[in-house]
Design a protein around this ligand. Structure first.
Ligand SMILES: C[S@@+](CC[C@H](N)C(=O)[O-])C[C@H]1O[C@@H](n2cnc3c(N)ncnc32)[C@H](O)[C@@H]1O
Length: 312
């Protein structure tokens, strides 16, 4: 039920993921999953993908799906922009729900809002003809902002009917109801498609190196920022294993719409010192991983090891 992006082929196959073809529906920022469970019960033929950046919320939603025996929902802990671009095949998405998105009310934070022209352009390539995004919010200003942004894309028709009653039963809706807040709803219907195809992120089958020599005794390590085309890696820490003196580097990678924390290991192998990505956390092997592996390899070379092979 919980997707591990590193072990999946992009875009996702509905048959592999849900065991069947169906109407593919995305819910962005599902929180505790109350609404996700409700739409799954109402629409047993839908294949529902929930995407949420908060790990705690994903855990709560997962528990709810299990408790309620819901089998038509898959959850992904991560960014909606990334999921939309990489998981969803072109023209395959029936509907998107966005309930009570973070409003980022301060003008200087506006760029963090999800529903911007760029998002609508990307969305237009993934929705089926006539596919829709349904927004419900208590934030009038964001509601207007989203409409302006969709209209600026020239790819959506916008209507603003009252919110359907079941959209006002989410955790946040219940909270705002208690405070007598007003609710705003908008239906964005695809009318055109962005010419940019928004291809999936580039992934690599190889990102490793072999070196000869002894791994150094690391006494101290300073954080390193490694820029690469399309993003940057921050090598945060180096750790040493107790048994075989392997070194492990914790790296934070930011590229396109993806943020990953990965472990790069340097460990003795039958062929020498192997430097590569640890499978821990099912990472995606991206340009950022290659940059981090290259940095660790160069760093070890500077410590006196000899590079035998670079495969990145
Ligand atoms: C205000 S809460 C609303 C939660 C739920 N929809 C509800 O109505 O109770 C907004 C949710 O969106 C999630 N979120 C914010 N930005 C996101 C993004 N770019 N991708 C996925 N989830 C996001 C947050 O972690 C949070 O759980």
């Amino acid at each position: 039920m919980l997707l591990r992006a590193g072990s999946l082929e992009f875009p996702l196959s509905q048959t592999k993921l849900f065991g069947r073809e169906g109407r593919l529906v995305l819910e962005v920022g599902h929180g505790d999953g109350r609404f996700t469970a409700e739409i799954a019960r109402r629409n047993p033929d839908w294949n529902i993908l929930g995407v949420e950046v908060s790990a705690g919320s994903v855990a709560r939603a997962l528990k709810r799906m299990r408790r309620e025996g819901i089998r038509t929902v898959r959850l992904y802990h991560g960014e909606a922009r990334f999921a939309l671009r990489n998981f969803i095949a072109p023209r395959s998405l029936y509907r998107v729900y966005v309930n009570f998105p973070d409003p980022w009310p301060k003008a200087k934070h506006e760029e963090n809002r999800l529903l911007q022209t760029e998002f609508f352009r990307r969305l237009s390539t993934r929705l089926i003809d006539g596919g829709q995004l349904l927004l419900t919010t208590d934030h009038e200003e964001y509601w207007r902002f989203a409409q302006e942004q969709a209209q600026a894309s020239g790819l959506f028709d916008v209507k603003t009917p009252p919110p359907p009653p079941h959209h006002l039963e989410t955790k946040y809706a219940l909270k705002w109801k208690e405070q007598n807040r007003s609710f705003y709803h908008a239906v964005f219907t695809k009318t055109g498609e962005d010419p940019e195809p928004w291809p999936v992120i580039e992934r690599f089958s190889m990102a490793h190196a072999l070196l000869s020599g002894e791994l150094p005794q690391v006494k101290s390590f300073e954080k390193q920022i490694v820029p690469f085309a399309g993003g940057h890696a921050i090598v945060l820490e180096a750790y040493r294993a107790l048994e075989d003196h392997s070194l492990v580097f914790l790296a934070h990678l930011e590229e396109e719409d993806l943020t990953q924390q990965v472990l790069i290991e340097a460990r003795p192998s039958a062929h020498g010192i192997y430097v590569g990505i640890s499978s821990f956390g099912a990472p995606l092997v991206t340009a950022g991983v290659k940059a981090a592996v290259a940095w660790v390899t160069d760093w070890l070379e500077a410590q006196g090891l000899k590079v035998v092979q670079r495969s990145y």
